[in-house]
Design a protein around this ligand. Structure first.
Ligand code: HEC
Length: 288
């Protein structure tokens, strides 16, 4: 009856873990959804809150379990020594709990194999269980690995991974970034973290001339379809980096890092069509 008590614990633990796994899997997926930056912030906080609560519950559970095992060690040992329990799977779990090291390192029979080569003899011992199960595990792993990478092609192998990262790097460090006559080839950043950073940069550096909502003051409205110097991300990037100094637009090169300029450009792209109150009249040419 003790075994049944102990084993009935495991389905419960498994159910708990499974539930935890699904909440963990869901949280990042929700956070990745195109929510408003503030919403994403609370979701990230909620995720960490749930995770730490879960870890705390798990810790308490492990602690309680250890206390029970320590308290009941003599009874468990007697149970383990029953011949009907000793060699079953649940019996082995009990054996591990009471610290039977033979279950891990094996038992040496130390009987000689009966051959002798120049005085070198050989024992007929079993493989240690830790080695044997490690070997089985590596076989399972090998099949999973092969299925994932070579059959389903679900993951990238080293070479493909390397090439992807190099491509991403060339996008960020555009070779033409320092030539005012050549356009960069950036695409707008989309992550809430980057847009938040862009918003902060805008509020501190640009709002005095372009307005808090980019509605336009001394500088033009940056939310409409009219642009003096081009409204796509790379034209906006260029205007911000090199400025239009003769017309009062500061050149931010050297004051903001390339990454920051890209963040604030992406933030401006995200404002398109936001129609802020008190918008300045259109300047420049209409772009779609
Ligand atoms: C000192 C005032 C001032 C500040 C500060 C300023 N701008 Fe400007 N900005 C201007 C003016 C004036 C223009 C219009 C230039 C022209 O007429 O060609 C302009 C134009 C622009 C344009 C081009 C708009 C178009 O229609 O093509 C962008 C983009 C821009 N600013 C972004 C920014 C960003 C981002 C910042 C902050 C990092 C910033 N500006 C800070 C005054 C400013």
């Amino acid at each position: 009856m003790l075994t049944s008590k102990l084993t009935s614990r495991w389905p419960l633990a498994a159910a708990l873990l499974l539930q935890a796994g699904t909440t963990l899997a869901q949280a990042p997926a929700e956070a990745a959804a195109p929510a408003k930056p503030t919403g994403a912030d609370t979701q990230v906080m909620l995720f960490w809150f749930l995770l730490s609560t879960l870890l705390l519950v798990l810790l308490v559970f492990i602690l309680l379990f250890t206390m029970i095992v320590v308290k009941m060690k003599p009874q468990l040992r007697r149970l383990y020594e029953l011949p009907t329990v000793h060699d079953t799977w649940s019996g082995k779990v009990v054996g591990l709990l009471v610290g039977d090291t033979a279950l891990v390192v094996g038992k040496n029979k130390d009987e000689l194999m009966g051959h002798d080569y120049d005085g070198i003899t050989e024992f007929d011992n079993d493989l240690p269980p830790w080695w044997k199960y490690g070997f089985y595990l590596s076989i399972v792993f090998a099949f999973a690995y092969m299925g994932y990478y070579h059959v389903a092609h679900a993951g990238q192998l080293q070479l493909a991974e390397y090439e992807t990262e190099m491509r991403q790097a060339t996008l960020l460090v555009s070779a033409d970034a320092d030539d005012p006559n050549k356009l960069t080839t950036y695409t707008p950043l989309k992550t809430p973290a980057d847009l938040d950073a862009g918003k902060t940069i805008f509020a501190t550096n640009c709002a005095p001339c372009h307005g808090a909502s980019a509605e336009g003051k001394v500088g033009p409205n940056l939310t409409d379809e009219f642009w003096l110097h081009g409204g796509d991300i790379n034209h906006v990037y260029k205007t911000i980096k090199f400025g239009v100094t003769s017309k009062g637009m500061v050149a931010w090169k050297g004051k903001l890092a390339s990454k920051q300029i890209l963040q604030v450009s992406s933030y401006i792209e995200s404002l398109k069509g936001s129609k802020p109150a008190g918008a300045k009249e259109p300047q420049g040419e209409k772009e779609l």
